[in-house]
Write a protein that binds this ligand. Sequence first.
Ligand code: GLN
Length: 342
Amino acid sequence: MSDLGDLQSLASSITAVTSPFRNYLNDLHEKYQSLNDGAIANYIPELELAKPEWFGICVVTNDGQIFEVGECDQLFTIQSISKAFIFGLALEDYGREYVNSKVSVEPTGEAFNSIVLDEATNRPYNPMVNAGAIATADLIKGKNGTERLKRVLAMFKRYTGRDHDINVPVFLSEKSTGNRNRAMTYLMLNFGMVSEKIDETLDLYFQQCSIMVNARDLAMLSATLANGGINPVTKERAIDERYVQDVVTVMLTCGMYDASGEWAYRIGMPAKSGVGGGIAAVAPGKLGIGTFSPLLDAKGNSVRGIKVCEDLSKDFGLHLFNVAQPEKNLQEWIEGGSVDDW
Ligand code: GLN
């Protein structure tokens, strides 16, 4: 390379290192690292192994830039975040009308594991609560459990651009302690909302919850939805464009458990959280956010993750219904690019 070329690449990497958005994320990380409110999920022993200080923030823009700070390589189980993406796959497998005949899209205002079905139709309320997620998992096509799981893992790979493993001890624990989920599945069988292959479907549900991801994967999942279903880095399509809107709408209305209304009001980004400590949040047409911090509030949402999303939403005007001039212009702050290697 010529001297001039060297100089040019040095100059561009310096701009990248000092990208204002990167500095902004560093400040955000520092600001909330000391926030120790909340508790690590303990309904199975494996989740308690998480460390309270773990904290990662990753943002992936629609043009494929990756910004990350903190523990973005630390793996954890995706848990309920999987529900949004399985809903997308079920829509691809069966279409809107049929899926909607088995699961409604109405927020419950109740805890994610409540055993409640719509009284008029006997459908579970929405695909983001356990009952609805199990009914949705039931719809995933494949000739047996192994094939269905393979399809699920292949789907996640399309979104994140890499292979994912199941955390087997978490899966086995979920399975051996999952009687509440089993009970609601039998109730749904009684009403014809799920098929007879209950054990296979519950295994698939416990397995999808046990998929291991990191904060960067969550940002990729979100960014892919923000980008109309195409991963902005690999350029691979992860979900049929027609169904992106369905997935993000249900995330907005039901994605944050029984705090979904407040989340939509204050933060206004379609998002999904999981008891492993992850949050995936989508700013349609702009970017995807992935946060990881295992300290959860009483409703099961990551305390630091909520704060990070709230600040990003306010500062950059990412609330879906925001029409006011944001304090910070996203494009200007992002200019300079990211230094992270893919
Ligand atoms: N595996 C969990 C369950 O089925 C899902 C928990 C979650 O993230 N809300 O109870």
